[in-house]
Design a binder for this molecule. Structure first.
Ligand SMILES: [Zn+2]
Length: 436
């Protein structure tokens, strides 16, 4: 589609018309100017498309990595661990692939390196390394679409070249096996954040998903934070307990990232951040990246789950029957089966506009400089209207309709993440230069 031949004027016009309905068509980031001829939309939606497709849009958390490691759904919906997932093909399953990232105007994505908390020791390190290699392999296979990035400047450079920046975040400190050498190795391989815990405690920090055993951050955890500061890796406090969060905030020399967390002021999931935590995070320059998972967005959904715990158990049992212990399959089937329960009236329907409520809640608390997007795509249950990454331009439009300035929307879409990254890099350089 990116032809520049002499007979392209008519073709461009045809494409321009198509763009009203399908704004990507491989024109990717250059599509903004073509939006101007859309006649079916009002001024705000045109302004939103223009703004969205000219902004650097960053998602700091997607679990698509699991899919790279093998396993694919056949036409009949059955899962085959030996079939390969083609990231460059538009897929009906899951939330993310290259064509759909283009269509949604996504400029950078952090691929999560994740394994369940129960896997520990050298096995956890080995599996993390395998996933890191899988991300690099996707970048190698799709050089026209993806560029590996480790710094804010590299994200901007990828964007200038109309490529999607691919980054790595390690989700769970259990993968370093209490070894700073492993942490350094992950950093050398390009990991640019580490979520300190997943749903289980690690040897040196408490998670929000488990009974506390360390009273927050243990002494070795403080060393981990200091080393991450030195390495220029963002410290991600999504998933940690409230006490761990405040301990980390006190130790870290650099602003913190909550790569995929929503607001507890709206939905009381312990994984979400309280208003006080969001204020404390922002006061030290950090950013909360709003998570789209229905059970973190909606109190009604969370209450329904709590009222009838059997529902989640049934979903888990059905997922296990379909997927065994293949995590890529589990994540996607969990989302699909949850939808089935919603359709059968067993769980409440959550609309995508809840995402906007959470963004606005955080912005009202701390301003637009400290809020961003961390979808949890391919790792969570998406609300209606946010079925995949193609839907994210709606966020831009909704914020404009709420009266947000274009500048503030750009910050939320990606500039805040870039600012935090650049600051973390600066702290890393300063600490490396200073005598230890
Ligand atoms: Zn997570």
């Amino acid at each position: 589609m990116k032809s520049d031949g002499p007979h392209d004027a008519a073709r461009r016009e045809a494409i321009r018309r198509l763009l009203v309905l399908a704004p990507v068509l491989a024109c990717g980031f250059g599509a903004a100017a073509d939006m101007s001829t859309a006649v079916t939309s009002d001024d705000t939606s045109l302004r939103a498309r223009k703004l969205h497709f000219s902004s650097l849009v960053i998602d700091t958390h997607a679990d698509t990595t699991q899919r790279f490691l093998g396993g694919q759904f056949a036409g009949d919906g059955s899962f085959h661990p030996n079939l390969e997932f083609d990231f460059a093909a538009r897929d009906a399953r899951g939330n993310i692939d290259i064509p759909r990232m283009r269509e949604g105007g996504l400029g950078a994505i952090f691929f999560s390196i994740w394994i369940p908390s129960k896997i520990k020791g050298p096995a956890a390190v080995a599996r993390a390394l395998e996933q890191i290699a899988a991300v690099h392999e996707q970048v190698r296979r799709h050089p026209a679409d993806l560029a590996f990035a480790t710094t804010a400047a590299e994200i901007r450079a990828a964007h200038t070249q109309h490529k999607i920046a691919a980054l790595i975040g390690v989700e769970g400190g259990h993968m370093i096996n209490s070894d700073l050498g492993v942490l350094r190795h992950f950093a050398a391989l390009g990991a640019r954040y580490m979520t300190l815990t997943h749903t289980g405690n690690v040897e040196w920090a408490d998670s929000s998903g488990a009974t506390p055993v360390h009273n927050g951050l243990a002494p070795f955890g403080r060393e981990v934070i200091r080393e991450m500061n030195r390495l220029g890796m963002m410290v991600d406090i999504s998933h940690v307990s409230d006490k761990t969060f405040y301990d980390v905030l006190a130790v870290s020399q650099a602003p913190l990232l909550a790569s995929h967390s929503s607001c507890r002021g709206i939905c009381d999931a312990p994984r979400n951040m309280t208003d006080d935590m969001i204020k404390a995070l922002a006061a030290k320059g950090g950013v909360i990246q709003i998570n789209y998972h229905v059970a973190f967005l909606s109190q009604e959904f969370r209450d329904a789950e709590k009222k009838d715990p059997q529902i989640n158990k049934s979903i888990e049992a059905e997922v296990f029957k379909l997927c065994g212990d293949n995590e890529a399959c589990e994540l996607i089937e969990g989302d699909r089966l949850t939808r089935e329960y919603v359709q059968r009236g067993k769980l409440p329907r959550v609309e995508w506009s809840k995402i906007i409520e959470h963004i606005d809640h955080a912005v009202q608390l701390v301003g637009a400089e400290h809020v961003g997007l961390g979808s949890d795509f391919d790792g969570a249950n998406m609300p209606y209207g946010m079925e995949d990454v193609t839907q994210i331009p709606k966020i831009t439009e909704a914020l404009l309709r709420k009266g947000y300035s274009e500048d503030d929307v750009k910050k939320i879409l990606g500039e805040n993440t870039l600012r935090v990254m650049a600051e973390v890099e600066r702290v890393g350089r300063a600490r490396t230069a200073a005598p230890q």
